[in-house]
Design a protein around this ligand. Structure first.
Ligand code: E4P
Length: 224
């Protein structure tokens, strides 16, 4: 099970990576748009310095045709490092690029996946991760759990090395359902995890434990 952060916000990454067991970060042009203009390569180099090479970094291409996607990929790998996962939307042009990059042993994440056929063709093309868009599927009246579980079954039946990366989450319930349906990894905004761990009932329980302890031992703590 893997958790990644779906953000380019460096202060959030710095703050929350020490708290949550994060294995990488993902981004796309819309995430960058929401964050505000960044100095693209400098910013991702800074994120790499922060997360190190043991965590994965998934950066999306912008071009839509195969040649352009390959050029985007080459530039990202040159400017950042050769461990980056090139995030490629699973279109016909994207699939072609995925196959070419995998022949060169480049790390690839297939993205913008709403349907089973996109996921299954990306598996067969060799993608390392397939990013399945949970909330966007729900908005389209597509059952994301069905798409995830079919993809998971095919990975198991045919021994693909690909991991399912649940993406596009708006709340923790969706994240848990994605894992239950067979996702190997999820990418979430730190705020989704923060909200889930900040329930008043959790804090109330912790306060009750402290107050019961204090009624026996006063202000002393275990280490005193
Ligand atoms: C991450 O890989 C996806 O691009 C992202 O989760 C999509 O999220 P959105 O549906 O909120 O745009």
């Amino acid at each position: 099970m893997e958790y990644l952060f779906d953000t380019v916000n460096i202060s959030d990454i710095r703050k929350y990576m020490d708290i949550y067991p994060i294995t990488g970060i993902t981004s796309n042009p819309s995430i960058i748009f929401q964050h505000g203009k960044i100095d693209f390569f400098t910013h991702f180099r800074e994120i790499r310095d922060l997360i190190g090479l043991k965590r994965t970094m998934h950066i999306q291409v912008v071009s839509q045709d195969t040649d352009g996607i390959l050029k985007d990929a080459e530039t990202i790998l040159e400017q950042i490092d050769d461990q980056v996962y090139i995030k490629i939307p699973v279109t016909e042009q994207g699939l072609k690029a995925i196959r070419i990059l995998k022949q060169k042993k480049i790390n690839v994440t297939g993205t913008a996946i709403y349907t089973k056929v996109q996921a299954l063709t990306a598996l067969e093309s060799g993608a390392d991760y397939v990013a399945l868009y949970y909330n966007r599927m729900e908005n389209m009246d597509i059952d994301p759990c069905d798409v995830i579980s079919t993809t998971a079954k095919m990975i198991q039946s045919y021994n693909y090395a690909t991991k399912i990366l649940g993406a596009s989450f708006k709340n923790i319930g969706q994240v848990i359902k994605a894992f239950e349906s067979g996702a190997h990894a999820v990418t979430v905004l730190p705020s989704v995890l923060h909200a889930a761990l900040s329930l008043p009932d959790i804090q109330r329980a912790v306060d009750d434990f402290r107050s019961d302890w204090s009624s026996i031992y006063g202000n002393a703590s275990i280490s005193d």
